[in-house]
Every structure is written in structure tokens, then in C-alpha cells.
Design a protein around this ligand. Structure first.
Ligand code: CA
Ligand code: CA
Length: 208
């Protein structure tokens, strides 16, 4: 089992999941009701910098085509190791809405030291062309690793070896025989330009 596998296991089982519901109506304000799926985690997500109010739901409310909404949360490293975070989404409903909505954050890929809390802004973007959606939901999963996510060979630096592994796996999907999970840096099930971009952005980084 690789270091990443070990930590991914921890991330999947102990990660904080936020379940999000939103309403999408042309002229009415949406409402939502959300339940936390997991709270005991190596990382915690909170509404405040003091990490006292757990964030287990985000209500995006009404979201118009072409609009965006920002939500600020605080991610706390609750274990005795330095961590790096990764934002992923799961279980989009309806499934096709993931083609018209995109979730980003402004986390800078910097190390999160033990006990520290990082302020991050989550941004949900709606395509100008989205239509026919009354409501939607998806899960946010913030994963953590003791290695930078673009450090594929776990040598504490991002260099040509990491880029090479991504390039070799390019255009491969999770269902294929030659699939290399480690090259799928953003964990979206395919190795493509997004993974190359992440590696390129971190290129030259050396960390401890
Ligand atoms: Ca490396
Ligand atoms: Ca990917």
C-alpha cells in the first residue's frame, strides 16, 4: 500500500462531507435542508476561524444561470501531521448538472500544519447555458494527504518525474486497464489537462 493509498483511506473514511442542496427557480428564492454525513475527521470544516461552529451544510439558495456564489469556511488540521488538502465532489443529482455547475476553492496548496486553521472560499459557478434544473444536490469531500497531491512519487518535491507520470497516463480513465490512480491528481476519474495544470502550478516545489 502506497503512502497515498494509506492516506486516501483515512480521507475517505474520516473525511468531512458536506451535503448541499440548492433550489433553482427563475423567480423564487430557493430553500434547502442538509444533513451532515461525517464529523469525526483528521480535518474539520468550520464556519469560524476559532473552529467552534462545524460546517456540515451549505445552502446555495437560488442560483441563476451565469452567476456564482461564494461561501467562506475554515479547514482545520486536527491531527499531529502536516497535511495538504484536495477538494472533490461526489454524487451530483441530477448527474448531468455537474456539466453545468462547477465548484472551486482558493486553497493555495500550501502545507497545513498541525492544529492550524485555513480560511478558504468555496465558489459555485453556474453555466450561462444551464436550463431545466429545478433543484440539485452534491456532496463536497475535502481529502487530506501528508504529501502534496501533485507529488506522485512521494519524494517531497514536484519535478519532471511527477510531470512524466501524468503525461504517460494522459487520457486514461479509471475504467481502463492501464489506469494510474496516482496520476489522477484531482481525483475526478480521468487524467487530463486539469491534472497537468495542477502539476505545472506546483512545479519546482520542495517541501518537508
Ligand atoms: Ca515528486
Ligand atoms: Ca483528474
Amino acid at each position: 500500500m502506497s503512502p497515498r493509498d494509506l492516506h486516501s483511506f483515512v480521507a475517505i473514511t474520516l473525511v468531512t462531507l458536506a451535503l448541499i442542496f440548492g433550489m433553482w427557480q427563475a423567480s423564487e428564492t430557493g430553500s434547502s435542508n442538509v444533513t451532515a454525513l461525517s464529523t469525526n475527521a483528521s480535518i474539520g470544516v468550520f464556519w469560524d476561524s476559532a473552529a467552534t461552529q462545524t460546517c456540515d451544510q451549505i445552502d446555495w439558495g437560488q442560483l441563476n444561470p451565469g452567476s456564482r456564489k461564494n461561501v467562506v469556511v475554515f479547514v482545520k488540521n486536527q491531527i499531529n501531521e502536516t497535511l495538504f488538502y484536495l477538494l472533490t465532489t461526489q454524487q451530483w443529482s441530477p448527474p448531468d448538472v455537474s456539466n453545468s455547475l462547477a465548484l472551486h476553492w482558493d486553497y493555495d496548496n500550501a502545507a497545513a500544519h498541525s492544529g492550524t486553521t485555513k480560511r478558504v472560499c468555496l465558489t459555485l459557478l453556474a453555466s450561462p447555458r444551464i436550463e431545466g434544473i429545478i433543484d440539485f444536490s452534491f456532496n463536497i469531500v475535502i481529502k487530506s494527504s501528508t504529501y502534496m497531491w501533485s507529488d506522485i512519487n512521494y519524494d517531497k518535491k514536484i519535478d519532471i518525474w511527477d510531470v512524466g507520470m501524468v503525461v504517460r497516463a494522459y487520457n486514461l480513465c479509471a475504467s481502463g486497464q492501464a489506469w494510474n490512480e496516482k496520476a489522477d491528481i484531482n481525483q475526478d476519474g480521468t487524467v487530463n489537462i486539469k491534472d497537468v495544470a495542477i502539476t505545472s502550478k506546483n512545479y519546482g516545489t520542495i517541501y518537508v
